[in-house]
Design a protein around this ligand. Structure first.
Ligand code: SAM
Ligand code: SF4
Length: 317
């Protein structure tokens, strides 16, 4: 389906839980979140119905996200259900990677084709600090497990944070030489009430190209990242710039949160509920949401926070 600004909407990001086993400083408040009542959240059946409704409107790509999707007890069966939906050609999943040692194999078998694994630093102390409780070796084991399972693509997502990991850009980028993985640097987004980052933390994506020599441009793959590659690498470097150079004109996505709100735009406060609806009602509501998708997400900066009244764990990134 095409929205009011001529953008073809083919990509749905479905958040399957708000809960997480980490507490990344830019994503979640330190105390975690106030757990919502079970009745407020979409059931597995409602999630399947919502994705079917979106697929009937032209969505072909589904990303499962969270919170941390792998803490959801039925995540494998949920992915299997999604893989059976007519029209969904690609199921991707975004994870912090810590539970992949046990789940990479079952997820691959359930039909997940692509994985994005979040990793902001290769230093164990810094990892523990930014995630407030995480253990680096668990993610590294998760990446290893994923590499063995033959996913069509594995990408590492690194949030760029000035004064925290800008000194590790070369080391992180080097992962693309060692393994068949892409590394994507994503600008830090100023969300609702997560993170007490100062202005210096919000660095533009251009810092990456300034710090790396020998990068060659690669044609875009239909995603929002600007792509580069080292000539001797097995994977690409992607740069994602929601703050310094927004890509709203190419935005092809909508989001559905775990509590059943369609978000036509990540940074807008507009939400439309589908909780409790049947498939036909969901289809009509998703249609309306696509038509109401705003032209752009508005100014975002250190001073101008996202208008979304949620933190990222309640949206899904
Ligand atoms: N728990 C999973 C994970 O960490 O990959 C999936 C959910 S997480 C909300 C999805 C993505 O959003 C992650 O790659 C995370 O780094 C990113 N993210 C969260 N908060 C962000 C922020 N304030 N700015 C930029 N990216 C953010
Ligand atoms: Fe959890 Fe992912 Fe948010 Fe980190 S970024 S707190 S792993 S949901």
């Amino acid at each position: 389906m095409v929205d009011s600004y001529g953008r073809k909407i083919t990509y749905l990001r479905l958040s399957v839980t708000e809960l997480c086993n980490l507490r990344c400083r830019y994503c979640m408040p330190e105390d975690g979140i106030c757990k919502k009542r079970h009745e407020e959240m979409l059931t597995q059946e409602e999630m399947v119905a919502a994705v079917k409704a979106a697929a009937s409107l032209g969505v072909t790509k589904l990303r499962i996200t969270g919170g941390e999707p792998l803490v959801k007890p039925n995540i494998v069966s949920l992915c299997r259900d999604m893989a059976e939906i007519d029209g969904i050609r690609e199921i991707c999943l975004t994870t912090n990677g810590t539970l992949l040692p046990e789940l990479a194999g079952p997820l691959r078998k359930a039909g997940v084709k692509r994985l994005n694994i979040s990793l902001d630093t290769l230093n164990a102390e810094k990892y523990h600090m930014i995630t407030r409780n995480g253990t680096l070796s668990e993610v590294l084991r998760g990446i290893e497990a994923a590499l063995k399972e033959g996913f069509e693509k594995i990408k590492i997502n690194t949030v760029l944070i000035g004064g925290f990991n800008d000194d590790e850009i070369a080391e992180l980028a080097d992962l693309t030489r060692r393994e068949a993985i892409d590394v994507r640097f994503i600008e830090l987004m100023p969300m609702y009430d997560s993170g007490d980052f100062g202005q210096e933390a919000f660095i533009p994506y251009t810092v990456v190209t300034e710090k790396l020599s020998g990068l060659e441009p690669v044609p875009a793959d239909g995603g929002v990242a600007k792509l580069f590659r080292f000539s001797d690498a097995k994977g690409n470097i992607g740069l994602i710039s929601p703050v310094s150079a927004h890509f709203c004109a190419e935005c092809n996505r909508i989001r559905i949160t775990a509590d059943g709100k369609i978000k036509p735009c990540l940074h807008s406060e507009d939400e439309i509920s589908i909780k409790g609806m049947n498939g036909q009602q969901m289809r009509e509501t998703i249609r309306t949401a696509i038509l109401e998708k705003p032209e752009w997400h508005g100014e975002l900066s250190y001073r101008q926070r996202s208008r979304a009244k949620r933190n990222m764990n309640q949206i899904g990134g």
